[in-house]
Design a binder for this molecule. Structure first.
Ligand code: AP5
Length: 208
């Protein structure tokens, strides 16, 4: 299965991808997670990405496409993948199409998780992540167990200002890839409003 998850920041892509990869036993490839790992490791690419991420802007295409090309060279992607947060611009979508064509494989589905902007800020501000397990929580909607509360992390780009910039970048740079995948007959729209279980059920319905 070769799938892509697209949707605005905080739509629930990471939450749902973590559930789906277990179902399909395919690698979850999140460019956001890969950039955060590079920032943590202090690599030159991580330092460059950090400047854009903190400001809620997209990392330049050539950096992002290079990162994904390297990841695709790893053998675990041969049986399939779940891309989360990539592609995010038309040039990224074109680069992905080219890479898949070279490999002689096709995408199966593009899931668009739709959540209105007014819900996004609330979801993002309350998000906390567990650096040990990668689990994603929300202080109100999915509260973490009390015993791990001290080690939870609040992402640097989860401020209200950065979220507004990320939403702007989404509408300006990422929304144009929606008609691209729609014209290929690959796009499935999923309502991202509801409990995480309701959204998982809607995704499974869309995948039938
Ligand atoms: P990235 O990490 O991809 O961030 P994002 O797309 O903004 O998405 P998020 O991770 O914020 O949200 P999500 O949709 O995964 O939601 P989640 O499940 O966590 O990218 C970060 C940055 O990296 C970008 O801004 C950019 O700078 C750079 N970058 C990454 N990829 C790039 C690319 N391709 N090109 C250029 N730059 C790139 O859920 C959010 C919260 O809501 C959580 O607290 C969760 O518990 C809660 N929640 C989830 N589902 C529900 C629900 N159904 N009901 C209530 N609460 C819910």
């Amino acid at each position: 299965m070769r799938m892509i998850f697209i949707g605005p920041p905080g739509a629930g892509k990471g939450t749902q991808a973590a559930r789906l990869v277990n179902q399909f036993t395919i690698p979850h490839i999140s460019t956001g997670d890969m950039f955060r790992a590079a920032v943590k490791a202090g690599t030159p690419m991580g330092q460059e990405a950090d400047r854009y991420m903190k400001a809620g802007q997209l990392v330049p295409d050539e950096v992002t496409i290079g990162l994904v090309r390297e990841r695709f060279a790893e053998p675990d992607t041969q049986a399939g993948f779940m891309l989360d947060g990539f592609p995010r611009t038309v040039p990224q979508a074109e680069a992905l199409a080219e890479a898949l064509k070279t490999d002689g494989v096709n995408l199966d589905v593009v899931l668009l998780l739709e959540v209105p902007d007014e819900l996004i800020v609330e979801r993002i501000i309350g998000r906390r992540s567990d650096p040990e397990t990668g689990a994603i929580y929300h202080l109100t909607f999915n509260p973490p167990p009390a015993e791990i509360a001290d080690r939870l992390v609040h992402r640097k780009d989860d401020t209200e200002d950065a979220v507004r910039s990320r939403l702007e970048a989404y509408h300006k740079m990422t929304a144009p890839i929606i008609p691209f995948y729609e014209s290929l007959g690959l796009l499935k729209r999923v309502n991202g409003v509801g409990t995480p279980d309701e959204v998982t059920a809607a995704i499974n319905e869309a995948l039938k």
